[in-house]
Each structure stands twice: as structure tokens, then as C-alpha cells.
Ligand binder design. Sequence first.
Ligand SMILES: Cc1cc2nc3c(=O)[nH]c(=O)nc-3n(C[C@H](O)[C@H](O)[C@H](O)COP(=O)(O)OP(=O)(O)OC[C@H]3O[C@@H](n4cnc5c(N)ncnc54)[C@H](O)[C@@H]3O)c2cc1C
Length: 433
Amino acid sequence: MRWRNWSGLESSYPDVIVHPGDTGSVVAAVDRARTDGTTLKMVGTGHSFTAIGTPGHTMLRPDRLSGIVAVDRHAMTVTALAGTPLHVLNTALERLGLSLHNMGDIADQTLAGAISTGTHGTGGVAAGLSAQVAGLELVTGTGDVLTATPEGNAEVLDLARVGLGALGVLTTITFRVEPLFLLEAHEQPMTWDGALASFDELASANHHFDMYWFPHTDRVLAKQNNRLDAPLDEAEPLARTRAWFDDELLANRVFGLLCAGSNRAPGVIPRMNRMTSRLLTERQYSDVAHRVFTSPRRVVFKEMEYAVPRAAGLDALREARRAIEASDWRISFPVEVRVAPADDVPLSTACQRDTVYLAFHTHRDAEHTGYFAAMERIMRAHDGRPHWGKLHSLGASELAETYPRFGEFLALRDRLDPDRVFANDHLRRLLGD
Ligand SMILES: Cc1cc2nc3c(=O)[nH]c(=O)nc-3n(C[C@H](O)[C@H](O)[C@H](O)COP(=O)(O)OP(=O)(O)OC[C@H]3O[C@@H](n4cnc5c(N)ncnc54)[C@H](O)[C@@H]3O)c2cc1C
């Protein structure tokens, strides 16, 4: 059977496919791979754009490792099986009156896949998903089952929160949670100058702040999400027709058709961007947090995202705009700008520094290499760190320079996976062997 990732950029034909339903089946599969001298990879839903999750010999699928296994209302933690899709966790948490603190902009990924590549949302005070992990269970490359908490195997917990699939197969993950809360969303068009002039203020005044610049235009869509101190039944979600018109029809169907058409006639893209940026008008609504954080993404794209130090973020963005305007590329997708506070997760892109994320996209069928290479040079000049699940060209030596604790990660990998059961070509490039 062929495995293929969401963007269609990566695929492989694993020899053996296993659907483990418990830790014992994962251990058995790892022992077999180790004895036979083959490789094994647990995949998520394939939402990484890179080959980080490409399986070689044996592929473990996550579908039978789904659901909540424990709720601790005193510690305010929830433990779930590692293959649980985020949207399944969100729905189950909502029924329990609980919520994650923050998340990215979709909820299709598995919990393990999301934390393994450092999936993040936006917010000056709310860090990414990996920083919310309070414990985990891992089957190592030697077939051992490790329970990692702050009290036991703390160094494994520390490093495996962004583990790249290189340290073992995660079987359960414990997240810190909080009582279910409402978010109020305010989306508004701005000019480039207005958005950049108020960026610092908007990023610090709002719990979550995100903006999209439409290349070849002066237009920006700014999104501010703030917690509401109000009972849940006071939510004022968008009317169903407005939500369908904006999020389904405009953002997905019409945008998908426009992108497909403009791939054949890229000259229309500047005009198309002016038009689409005008169609997205101001709106305000509130809802349970996960329904505000996430929305469906049906137009398939390719993406590169870099994390640069917060102080360099706007300079990097201005340079990116100058490079786009000096080129003959025609870019149909907006450039997304997000923020995150410094965290303490060793391989998190926000490790030890306040961060601005700059994300560059093209449609699935559009040429991306020249555009991404040029953006990458700019991001690298600002000590940018690439998202582990998105396209980039860095290898072990460059990564070691930007992550102070990279050597510790390599040493833990040597201990937990000495035979490189979990290796693939992409990981060898990232980690040096
Ligand atoms: C439309 C779209 C929107 C996105 N939005 C965001 C966003 O808002 N913010 C953001 O930061 N990223 C975002 N991403 C990137 C995405 O969150 C990451 O690439 C994430 O890793 C995908 O999770 P997955 O379940 O698909 O994992 P996969 O891509 O399948 O795998 C990722 C890695 O996790 C490992 N893995 C999976 N399961 C296990 C396990 N049980 N044990 C150990 N390792 C495991 C895999 O081996 C692989 O190394 C987006 C991607 C797409 C396509």
C-alpha cells in the first residue's frame, strides 16, 4: 500500500503495515524491526510537508491508538492515546468542560505528530502544543517502555516533547488543560503600513494575534482572538450562512478555483490578490476556543515556515516583501505572521527566545523552489529556525548552531535508538546520521 503525505510531496511503499492497538503491539513491532535490522516509523495524518514521517520498511498507523485514557481534575491534566486526532481530543475535552490552552490553525493532526514537529499557534503569552505536555509514554528503539514525567525520566520528557519521531514511538501523551473557555475573534483588513506600525501593540494587547499579508498588494488581514470572561452560553458564533460563505465558499472553494486558474496564467495573480483581500471583510464572533482557533483547509498547498527572533521579525518580513517585489514570482497565497513567547522545549522553534513566525505558501501545483529558497536565505540571515514539519533545506550542522541543546538531543537519541530503528533519509539529514 502506498503512503502519501497531505501535500502529495512525499510518498513511499512500506513493506509491512501495522495498526497497533496498545503499547504491547508497538513493542512487538519494534522488537521485530530491531531483530531483522529494518526500520519502523509511526505516522500521523501526514500533514508534515517534509519527509520527516516517511516510512521505510514498517509503517505503524495511528488509527487504533485514539481516545482519552485519564483525566486528573486536581492536576488539570488529560492523558490521551498518542494517535488521537486533535479534533477528537477537542470534542472530548469540550464534553468534559475542558480545553487545551492554545493550538494551530487546523485540528486534523494526531497528538503525537503535532508535538513531534513543534506545532504551534499564535500568541504573545500562549506557547505551542509541546510546551503544554506534562508527561508521555514512549517505546524506545530497544523495545523498552519509558514513562516520562517531571518526577521520573525527566530528561526524556524534556527532549521528547519535540522528538521528531527519532526517539521512540509515543503511545500516550499527557497535556495540561484548563476549564473550557470562549474566545472572541475580531478579524479586520488593514493596510501594510498600519499593520506593521501597530504590530507590537497588537501582539501584546491580544491573547492571540495573527496576520496575513497578500503579496503584490498593500493589504493585510489581522486576526485578534481574546479570551472572554463570560459563561459559555453567551457565545455569539457566526451565523451559519456567513460562516459557510466566508470559510467554506470564499476561503476554500472560490480560492481553490482561483489558484488552479492562476497557475495557468500567473499574470492575473496580483489582481486576484487585490480582489480576494477585499472580499475578506471585518467580522467579529465568539465561540468555544477550539472552534475559533481552527478552521478547515481544503485547498492543498506547499509551505515553508521560519521562526525568527521577535526583534528581527518585522525586518525579515519587510525584506521578504522587497524580494518578492523585485522578482517575477507571482504568489497567490498570503504570507502568514504569528508570534510565540519563549519556551523551554529544547527543539521547539521558540526555545529560549520570543519568536515571530513567517510562513510562505504556494498552491500544490505552483512552482515553489525559487521563492522558498530566497525566503529561506532571508530567514537564515536573521538566525531563523525552520518548522520541523515544513519545507526547508537545513542539515545537522546548521541546526546545531541555532539550537543550544541540539547535542543533548543527539546524545539521547544514541541512548534510546542506538540501532536507528526510527531513521529515514530526512532524519539522517537533520541529525547527521
Ligand atoms: C493544512 C495544514 C495546516 C497546518 N497548520 C499548522 C499550524 O497552524 N501550526 C503548526 O505549527 N503547524 C501546522 N501544520 C504542520 C503540522 O502541524 C505538522 O506537520 C504535524 O507534524 C502534522 O501532524 P501529523 O499527525 O500529520 O504527523 P505526521 O506529519 O504524519 O508526522 C510528523 C512526525 O511525527 C512523528 N510521529 C507521528 N506519530 C508518532 C508517534 N506516535 N510517536 C512518535 N513519533 C510520531 C512522525 O514519525 C513524523 O516524524 C499544518 C500542516 C498542514 C498540512
